[in-house]
Write a protein that binds this ligand. Sequence first.
Ligand SMILES: *[C@@H]1O[C@H](CO)[C@@H](O)[C@H](O)[C@H]1NC(C)=O
Ligand SMILES: *[C@@H]1O[C@H](CO)[C@@H](O)[C@H](O)[C@H]1NC(C)=O
Ligand SMILES: *[C@@H]1O[C@H](CO)[C@@H](O)[C@H](O)[C@H]1NC(C)=O
Ligand SMILES: *[C@@H]1O[C@H](CO)[C@@H](O)[C@H](O)[C@H]1NC(C)=O
Ligand SMILES: *[C@@H]1O[C@H](CO)[C@@H](O)[C@H](O)[C@H]1NC(C)=O
Length: 359
Amino acid sequence: MASVAALLLALLFSISASGNAQPKVPAIYVFGDSTADVGNNNYLPGNDAKANFPHYGIDFPHSRPTGRFSNGFNGIDFLAGHMGFRRSPPPYLSLTNKTSHGILKGLRGVNFASGGSGILDSTGTTITMTKQIKYFATIRSRIAARLNAERTNDVLSKSIFLISAGGNDLFAFFRQNNAPNNTQKEQFYNTLIYNYKNHIEALYDLGARKFGIIDVAPIGCCPSSRVLHPLGDCIAVLNELAVGANDAVKVMLSNLHSTLKGMNYSLGSSHAVVSNIIADPGAAGYKEVQSACCGGGKLNAVSGCMPNATYCDDRKEYLFWDGVHPTQGASKKAGFAIYNGSLQYASPINFKQLVEDHS
Ligand SMILES: *[C@@H]1O[C@H](CO)[C@@H](O)[C@H](O)[C@H]1NC(C)=O
Ligand SMILES: *[C@@H]1O[C@H](CO)[C@@H](O)[C@H](O)[C@H]1NC(C)=O
Ligand SMILES: *[C@@H]1O[C@H](CO)[C@@H](O)[C@H](O)[C@H]1NC(C)=O
Ligand SMILES: *[C@@H]1O[C@H](CO)[C@@H](O)[C@H](O)[C@H]1NC(C)=O
Ligand SMILES: *[C@@H]1O[C@H](CO)[C@@H](O)[C@H](O)[C@H]1NC(C)=O
């Protein structure tokens, strides 16, 4: 009896909580790595790239670890919020026949992102982007089975396809070669872009038209990189790789925009957001931009944010939650800048313009 009442209450609450904003797009489909994962990896065997235990989620409603690599919400949740959703759509692997029926009916979207994955299928051991897109294809065919072809294409063309990936490819390349020369870097960018382009074209062929792409942050400055430097400085090579890869992605997207009919995009710059915070932490409201809040050892980044780790109380003053990932507060800032910011944060248009474009 009590549980029925609780269920009803929860249902009412979820309706009223989500009822205050009207989604601006039919659905959001999310691809990428731990910067976007909201719990897909919880369903994978083994212990790779998981965040479904304390102290992850300590600032999430009910202090619940969800699989997000954050103390609370991640950047995708905030972007989804700006688009009128309560948070990111649910992880693909959490869908049961019952919930997937509801999602298909409501066409609100699905999150396929998997921590540890990259643009390259050779990166990591979790759900590759190729597989994430295959999963989307199954969702698409279920949508198409409910609607006719024309309506399916119409709905997908108005939906937003978010991709946040690349950091893990750079880390993997760096582990193989921590002092690449220019030729090696160029070869790496070419491989990366060739694959990224194929992924975007595959999504386009499945009906995607509006792409919100998130670039790679200055990953040489995350705590787990800094601990590799004797003085705790940023690792220059990793930062160079991030800039080089981001520049190449920019050119690739601009080319796709002119070759794929009706394709539109915004390139959101987590790189600009994080660089600006590090350049002047005080101005951005941060006290600590080098150490992780949660973890152990030097800069709290030698051992991970495991249940036995300590964590900071003043999380709003930290840029990094763990050795690699931003705090909820930093993600909120990034979400705002990318959604409604100037060209420095999102180009050639921001996410808001992408969402509101009806041409
Ligand atoms: C879910 O639906 C699919 C397709 O309709 C069916 O093949 C599968 O057996 C169902 N799974 C469960 C657990 O009911
Ligand atoms: C870059 O390094 C590779 C491998 O050591 C070497 O074969 C190549 O000649 C180098 N290229 C340049 C331009 O230095
Ligand atoms: C937590 O436990 C892991 C092993 O499970 C260990 O490697 C790590 O150093 C411990 N961290 C702290 C802060 O004690
Ligand atoms: C978005 O940015 C514009 C221009 O800076 C500003 O006028 C507007 O209030 C912002 N909208 C939201 C929802 O913050
Ligand atoms: C993309 O969106 C912008 C901003 O609304 C618009 O000016 C442009 O025409 C759109 N391009 C395409 C190909 O839809």
